[in-house]
Design a protein around this ligand. Structure first.
Ligand SMILES: *Cc1c(COP(=O)(O)O)cnc(C)c1O
Length: 229
């Protein structure tokens, strides 16, 4: 199992390098997040041994149980829908929350972060393709949300995240990634206090190469590293 994970990681990194070469980007601009949801600790340790430092999880319970067991320099990212009553529990275990999908959630993060005396980096999740089944702000709702969240002293918006539709041909998602990139460019040009757009979290196993070509700075790969769930 661990040699399969190491080989998969090598393959994914090579593909990231190739995608970067195609569009003149530096691979150092792209952080590979190993999405380890549902996978046992041994799999995370194997990925760590093969060089992974960033791990993505979508359940608070899994983060809370795995993070303390991993080496100090392993970083955990919350990438799934987060319930407000679980914010307090997860805050001290993650470096970033990618899935801020409502102003109320951001407000809760602010309240709990103030109580804990910490600062939290977040991304706003955008439902670019407007899928009924997905969480996230619609693109046209993002600016209004920023106007409120920018005032939260302990919540820092670092960029945007999207989960693109499930498609057979990854090229179909290129316009989705282009839209998220353009939205970030538009927001950046407004120079909003307490808001930077350094991070674009987009691309999964099926479409991360296209996402890298369109400007992703964080890609979230599960199946391609750990195998099927
Ligand atoms: C599960 C998940 C991923 C990884 O999906 P794969 O197709 O296995 O690479 C990425 N992002 C989010 C938000 C997820 O929930």
């Amino acid at each position: 199992m661990s040699s399969m994970i190491a080989a998969n990681l090598e393959e994914v990194r090579a593909r990231i390098d190739q995608a970067c070469a195609r569009c003149g980007r530096d691979p150092k601009e792209v952080t590979l997040i190993a999405v380890s949801k549902t996978k046992p600790l041994e799999d995370l340790q194997a990925a760590y041994a093969a060089g992974s430092r960033d791990f993505g999880e979508n359940k608070v319970q899994e983060i809370v149980s795995k993070e303390p067991e991993m080496p100090e320099d392993a970083r955990f990212h919350m990438i799934g829908h987060l319930q407000r009553n679980k914010v307090k529990q997860v805050l001290k275990h993650v470096v970033m929350i990618h899935s801020v999908d409502s102003v109320r959630l951001a407000q809760q993060i602010q309240e709990d972060a103030v109580k804990e005396g910490i600062h939290v980096d977040v991304l706003l999740e955008v439902n670019v393709a407007k899928e009924e089944s997905k969480f996230g702000f619609l693109p046209e709702e993002v600016e209004e949300a920023l106007e409120t969240i920018r005032n939260f002293s302990n919540v820092h918006i670092r960029g945007l995240m999207t989960i693109a539709p499930f498609v057979e041909d990854s090229e179909e998602n290129r316009p989705v990634f282009q839209k998220l990139y353009q939205l970030a460019v538009d927001i950046k040009s407004k120079n909003i206090d307490n808001v930077t757009m350094a991070v674009l979290s987009m691309g999964m196993t099926g479409d991360y190469e296209v996402a890298v070509e369109e400007g992703a700075t964080m890609i979230r790969v599960g199946t391609g590293i750990f195998g099927a769930r």
